[in-house]
Design a protein around this ligand. Structure first.
Ligand code: MF3
Ligand code: CO
Length: 289
Protein backbone atom coordinates (compact mmCIF):
# COMPACT_ATOMS: atom_id res chain seq x y z
CA UNK A 1 0.00 0.00 0.00
CA UNK A 2 1.23 3.49 -0.90
CA UNK A 3 1.41 6.10 1.86
CA UNK A 4 0.07 9.48 0.75
CA UNK A 5 2.37 12.52 1.04
CA UNK A 6 0.08 14.05 3.65
CA UNK A 7 -0.53 10.83 5.60
CA UNK A 8 1.21 10.28 8.93
CA UNK A 9 4.72 8.85 8.48
CA UNK A 10 5.18 5.10 9.02
CA UNK A 11 7.87 5.80 11.65
CA UNK A 12 5.36 6.97 14.26
CA UNK A 13 6.79 10.52 14.50
CA UNK A 14 3.32 11.99 14.00
CA UNK A 15 4.70 14.16 11.17
CA UNK A 16 3.39 14.09 7.62
CA UNK A 17 5.10 11.53 5.42
CA UNK A 18 6.32 14.22 2.97
CA UNK A 19 8.19 16.09 5.69
CA UNK A 20 9.47 12.94 7.45
CA UNK A 21 10.66 9.72 5.73
CA UNK A 22 9.57 10.35 2.11
CA UNK A 23 13.01 11.44 0.86
CA UNK A 24 14.59 8.60 2.88
CA UNK A 25 12.32 6.04 1.22
CA UNK A 26 13.04 7.48 -2.23
CA UNK A 27 16.76 7.13 -1.59
CA UNK A 28 16.28 3.52 -0.49
CA UNK A 29 14.26 2.90 -3.67
CA UNK A 30 17.18 3.97 -5.84
CA UNK A 31 19.36 1.33 -4.15
CA UNK A 32 16.63 -1.31 -4.50
CA UNK A 33 16.30 -0.45 -8.19
CA UNK A 34 20.08 -0.85 -8.44
CA UNK A 35 19.71 -4.47 -7.31
CA UNK A 36 20.81 -4.02 -3.70
CA UNK A 37 19.36 -5.60 -0.56
CA UNK A 38 17.61 -2.83 1.39
CA UNK A 39 16.25 -2.78 4.95
CA UNK A 40 12.50 -3.20 5.52
CA UNK A 41 10.76 -0.46 7.56
CA UNK A 42 10.16 -2.84 10.45
CA UNK A 43 13.87 -2.94 11.38
CA UNK A 44 14.33 0.83 11.35
CA UNK A 45 14.15 2.05 14.93
CA UNK A 46 12.37 5.22 16.04
CA UNK A 47 14.08 7.72 18.35
CA UNK A 48 12.07 6.28 21.27
CA UNK A 49 13.16 2.73 20.38
CA UNK A 50 16.80 3.79 20.24
CA UNK A 51 16.56 5.43 23.67
CA UNK A 52 14.93 2.25 25.01
CA UNK A 53 17.67 0.06 23.56
CA UNK A 54 20.31 2.45 24.94
CA UNK A 55 18.82 2.07 28.45
CA UNK A 56 18.88 -1.70 28.04
CA UNK A 57 22.49 -1.45 26.83
CA UNK A 58 23.52 0.47 29.97
CA UNK A 59 22.32 -2.49 32.05
CA UNK A 60 24.01 -4.96 29.69
CA UNK A 61 27.32 -3.09 30.12
CA UNK A 62 26.90 -2.98 33.91
CA UNK A 63 26.35 -6.75 34.01
CA UNK A 64 29.53 -7.39 32.01
CA UNK A 65 31.41 -4.93 34.27
CA UNK A 66 30.15 -6.95 37.25
CA UNK A 67 31.56 -10.12 35.68
CA UNK A 68 34.84 -8.34 34.85
CA UNK A 69 35.37 -7.40 38.50
CA UNK A 70 34.99 -10.99 39.68
CA UNK A 71 36.24 -13.36 37.01
CA UNK A 72 39.44 -15.24 37.92
CA UNK A 73 41.07 -18.67 38.08
CA UNK A 74 39.13 -21.15 40.23
CA UNK A 75 35.72 -19.74 39.37
CA UNK A 76 33.27 -22.04 37.58
CA UNK A 77 31.26 -20.88 34.58
CA UNK A 78 28.15 -21.63 36.69
CA UNK A 79 29.30 -18.91 39.09
CA UNK A 80 29.48 -16.49 36.14
CA UNK A 81 25.91 -17.49 35.29
CA UNK A 82 24.88 -16.82 38.90
CA UNK A 83 26.51 -13.36 38.81
CA UNK A 84 24.74 -12.51 35.56
CA UNK A 85 21.39 -13.73 36.90
CA UNK A 86 21.82 -11.80 40.17
CA UNK A 87 23.01 -8.51 38.63
CA UNK A 88 20.36 -8.67 35.88
CA UNK A 89 17.63 -9.06 38.51
CA UNK A 90 19.06 -6.25 40.65
CA UNK A 91 18.87 -3.93 37.62
CA UNK A 92 15.23 -4.83 36.97
CA UNK A 93 16.13 -6.61 33.74
CA UNK A 94 15.73 -10.12 32.27
CA UNK A 95 18.47 -12.37 30.87
CA UNK A 96 17.51 -12.96 27.22
CA UNK A 97 19.33 -16.32 26.76
CA UNK A 98 17.44 -18.15 29.54
CA UNK A 99 14.95 -20.47 27.80
CA UNK A 100 15.68 -18.83 24.43
CA UNK A 101 15.01 -21.70 22.01
CA UNK A 102 15.64 -23.96 24.99
CA UNK A 103 19.00 -22.48 26.06
CA UNK A 104 19.27 -23.52 29.74
CA UNK A 105 21.29 -20.64 31.27
CA UNK A 106 21.37 -16.83 31.57
CA UNK A 107 24.64 -16.22 29.70
CA UNK A 108 26.97 -17.95 27.22
CA UNK A 109 30.50 -18.74 28.41
CA UNK A 110 32.87 -20.03 25.73
CA UNK A 111 36.37 -21.13 26.75
CA UNK A 112 39.48 -21.56 24.50
CA UNK A 113 38.46 -23.71 21.48
CA UNK A 114 34.76 -23.08 22.15
CA UNK A 115 33.64 -20.62 19.47
CA UNK A 116 30.32 -19.59 21.03
CA UNK A 117 27.20 -20.73 22.91
CA UNK A 118 29.14 -22.41 25.73
CA UNK A 119 26.73 -23.46 28.50
CA UNK A 120 27.74 -22.50 32.04
CA UNK A 121 28.44 -25.49 34.29
CA UNK A 122 29.69 -26.16 37.79
CA UNK A 123 32.11 -28.65 36.23
CA UNK A 124 33.93 -26.05 34.13
CA UNK A 125 36.45 -24.32 36.37
CA UNK A 126 38.53 -21.48 34.91
CA UNK A 127 42.26 -21.99 35.14
CA UNK A 128 45.31 -19.78 34.60
CA UNK A 129 45.94 -19.38 30.86
CA UNK A 130 42.31 -19.76 29.71
CA UNK A 131 40.65 -17.25 27.44
CA UNK A 132 36.87 -16.96 27.74
CA UNK A 133 34.10 -15.11 25.98
CA UNK A 134 31.18 -14.01 28.15
CA UNK A 135 28.19 -13.18 25.94
CA UNK A 136 25.46 -11.25 27.74
CA UNK A 137 22.04 -10.40 26.34
CA UNK A 138 19.62 -8.29 28.33
CA UNK A 139 15.94 -7.38 28.14
CA UNK A 140 14.98 -4.14 29.86
CA UNK A 141 11.58 -2.55 29.50
CA UNK A 142 11.02 -4.78 26.45
CA UNK A 143 14.21 -3.64 24.67
CA UNK A 144 17.09 -6.02 23.94
CA UNK A 145 20.80 -5.39 24.22
CA UNK A 146 23.53 -7.86 23.34
CA UNK A 147 27.30 -7.68 23.75
CA UNK A 148 30.21 -9.86 24.68
CA UNK A 149 33.78 -9.52 25.88
CA UNK A 150 36.85 -11.70 26.15
CA UNK A 151 38.59 -12.25 29.47
CA UNK A 152 42.08 -13.63 30.01
CA UNK A 153 42.56 -15.71 33.13
CA UNK A 154 45.86 -14.88 34.83
CA UNK A 155 48.88 -15.10 32.59
CA UNK A 156 47.99 -16.44 29.15
CA UNK A 157 50.13 -17.59 26.24
CA UNK A 158 51.32 -14.56 24.20
CA UNK A 159 49.64 -16.02 21.09
CA UNK A 160 46.30 -16.21 22.90
CA UNK A 161 46.75 -12.71 24.26
CA UNK A 162 47.47 -11.45 20.73
CA UNK A 163 44.39 -13.23 19.35
CA UNK A 164 42.18 -11.57 21.96
CA UNK A 165 43.65 -8.11 21.24
CA UNK A 166 43.55 -8.58 17.46
CA UNK A 167 39.89 -9.64 17.45
CA UNK A 168 39.01 -6.56 19.49
CA UNK A 169 40.84 -4.50 16.87
CA UNK A 170 38.95 -6.38 14.12
CA UNK A 171 35.67 -5.09 15.58
CA UNK A 172 37.09 -1.55 15.53
CA UNK A 173 38.21 -2.03 11.91
CA UNK A 174 34.62 -3.08 11.10
CA UNK A 175 33.14 -0.12 12.97
CA UNK A 176 35.13 2.30 10.77
CA UNK A 177 33.12 1.05 7.78
CA UNK A 178 29.74 1.67 9.40
CA UNK A 179 27.94 4.70 8.02
CA UNK A 180 24.65 5.19 6.20
CA UNK A 181 24.27 4.44 2.50
CA UNK A 182 27.10 1.92 2.50
CA UNK A 183 26.79 -1.86 2.77
CA UNK A 184 27.18 -4.47 5.47
CA UNK A 185 29.58 -6.21 3.09
CA UNK A 186 31.95 -3.21 3.31
CA UNK A 187 32.17 -3.82 7.06
CA UNK A 188 32.29 -7.64 6.81
CA UNK A 189 35.04 -7.68 4.22
CA UNK A 190 37.13 -5.18 6.22
CA UNK A 191 36.98 -7.54 9.20
CA UNK A 192 37.80 -10.60 7.10
CA UNK A 193 40.77 -8.92 5.36
CA UNK A 194 42.13 -7.67 8.68
CA UNK A 195 41.84 -11.11 10.29
CA UNK A 196 43.43 -12.82 7.26
CA UNK A 197 46.35 -10.37 7.40
CA UNK A 198 46.99 -11.54 10.98
CA UNK A 199 46.90 -15.21 9.92
CA UNK A 200 43.48 -16.01 11.41
CA UNK A 201 40.25 -17.28 9.90
CA UNK A 202 36.72 -15.94 10.41
CA UNK A 203 33.84 -18.33 11.09
CA UNK A 204 31.44 -18.26 8.12
CA UNK A 205 28.36 -20.10 9.39
CA UNK A 206 27.55 -17.95 12.42
CA UNK A 207 27.27 -14.18 12.28
CA UNK A 208 25.72 -11.16 13.87
CA UNK A 209 22.16 -9.92 13.69
CA UNK A 210 19.75 -7.08 13.95
CA UNK A 211 18.83 -6.55 17.60
CA UNK A 212 16.71 -4.29 19.79
CA UNK A 213 13.03 -5.16 19.53
CA UNK A 214 13.66 -8.88 19.08
CA UNK A 215 16.77 -10.77 20.22
CA UNK A 216 17.61 -11.80 16.67
CA UNK A 217 16.16 -9.66 13.89
CA UNK A 218 17.03 -9.06 10.27
CA UNK A 219 19.64 -8.66 8.90
CA UNK A 220 21.90 -11.63 9.40
CA UNK A 221 25.42 -10.16 9.47
CA UNK A 222 28.40 -11.91 7.88
CA UNK A 223 32.05 -11.06 8.55
CA UNK A 224 33.34 -12.79 5.42
CA UNK A 225 31.22 -10.77 2.98
CA UNK A 226 32.31 -8.73 -0.05
CA UNK A 227 32.39 -4.93 -0.42
CA UNK A 228 29.23 -3.45 -1.95
CA UNK A 229 27.15 -6.52 -1.11
CA UNK A 230 24.69 -7.47 1.65
CA UNK A 231 22.17 -5.05 3.17
CA UNK A 232 22.34 -1.30 2.70
CA UNK A 233 23.00 0.47 6.03
CA UNK A 234 20.59 3.32 6.83
CA UNK A 235 20.05 5.55 9.89
CA UNK A 236 18.03 3.78 12.59
CA UNK A 237 19.28 0.27 11.78
CA UNK A 238 20.52 -1.56 14.87
CA UNK A 239 22.80 -4.59 14.62
CA UNK A 240 25.72 -6.39 16.21
CA UNK A 241 29.33 -6.74 15.09
CA UNK A 242 30.51 -10.00 16.64
CA UNK A 243 33.05 -11.87 14.52
CA UNK A 244 34.16 -15.29 15.73
CA UNK A 245 37.81 -15.60 14.80
CA UNK A 246 39.90 -18.77 14.92
CA UNK A 247 43.66 -19.05 15.33
CA UNK A 248 43.57 -22.13 13.05
CA UNK A 249 41.08 -23.21 10.39
CA UNK A 250 37.59 -21.73 10.15
CA UNK A 251 35.79 -25.11 10.35
CA UNK A 252 33.51 -25.63 13.34
CA UNK A 253 31.25 -28.30 14.80
CA UNK A 254 28.36 -28.35 17.24
CA UNK A 255 28.37 -30.32 20.48
CA UNK A 256 26.15 -33.30 19.68
CA UNK A 257 25.15 -33.80 23.33
CA UNK A 258 23.94 -30.33 24.23
CA UNK A 259 23.03 -29.12 20.71
CA UNK A 260 24.44 -25.64 21.44
CA UNK A 261 28.15 -25.29 22.00
CA UNK A 262 30.26 -24.64 18.91
CA UNK A 263 33.92 -25.72 18.81
CA UNK A 264 36.77 -25.22 16.35
CA UNK A 265 37.16 -28.42 14.32
CA UNK A 266 40.97 -28.39 14.68
CA UNK A 267 40.96 -27.56 18.39
CA UNK A 268 42.55 -24.12 17.79
CA UNK A 269 41.69 -21.14 19.97
CA UNK A 270 38.76 -18.91 19.04
CA UNK A 271 37.94 -15.39 20.21
CA UNK A 272 34.98 -13.06 19.82
CA UNK A 273 34.02 -9.55 20.91
CA UNK A 274 30.50 -8.27 20.32
CA UNK A 275 29.28 -4.71 20.03
CA UNK A 276 25.72 -3.52 19.36
CA UNK A 277 25.26 -0.28 17.45
CA UNK A 278 22.74 1.97 15.76
CA UNK A 279 23.51 3.58 12.40
CA UNK A 280 23.20 7.39 12.70
CA UNK A 281 23.04 10.19 10.10
CA UNK A 282 26.82 10.32 9.85
CA UNK A 283 28.17 7.07 11.32
CA UNK A 284 27.13 4.98 14.28
CA UNK A 285 26.51 5.04 18.03
CA UNK A 286 27.51 2.18 20.31
CA UNK A 287 24.57 0.86 22.38
CA UNK A 288 26.37 -1.92 24.24
CA UNK A 289 29.94 -3.18 24.41
N1 MF3 B 1 24.24 -13.84 22.48
C1 MF3 B 1 24.31 -14.62 21.27
C2 MF3 B 1 24.43 -13.66 20.12
O1 MF3 B 1 25.23 -12.83 20.18
C3 MF3 B 1 23.11 -15.49 21.13
C4 MF3 B 1 23.03 -16.52 22.10
S1 MF3 B 1 21.62 -17.42 21.89
C5 MF3 B 1 21.60 -18.28 23.34
O2 MF3 B 1 23.74 -13.69 19.17
F1 MF3 B 1 20.47 -18.84 23.42
F2 MF3 B 1 22.60 -19.12 23.30
F3 MF3 B 1 21.76 -17.44 24.31
CO1 CO C 1 24.61 -11.27 19.23
Amino acid sequence: MQIGRNDPCWCGSGKKYKSCHLAFDQKIDTFRDGGHIVPPHKIIKTKADIEGIRESGKRNIAILDYVAERIKAGVSTQEIDDWVAEKTKELGAIAAPLNYEGFPKSVCTSINDQVCHGIPSGDDILKEGDIINVDCSTIYNGYISDSSRMFMIGKVDPKAEKLVADVKEAVEVGLREVRPWRFLGDMGSAINEFCKSKGYTVVKEIGGHGCGIEFHEEPWVSYVSKPGTEMLMVPGMCFTIEPMVNAGKSDIYEDADNGWTIYTEDGSLSAQWEVQLVVTEDGYDILSY
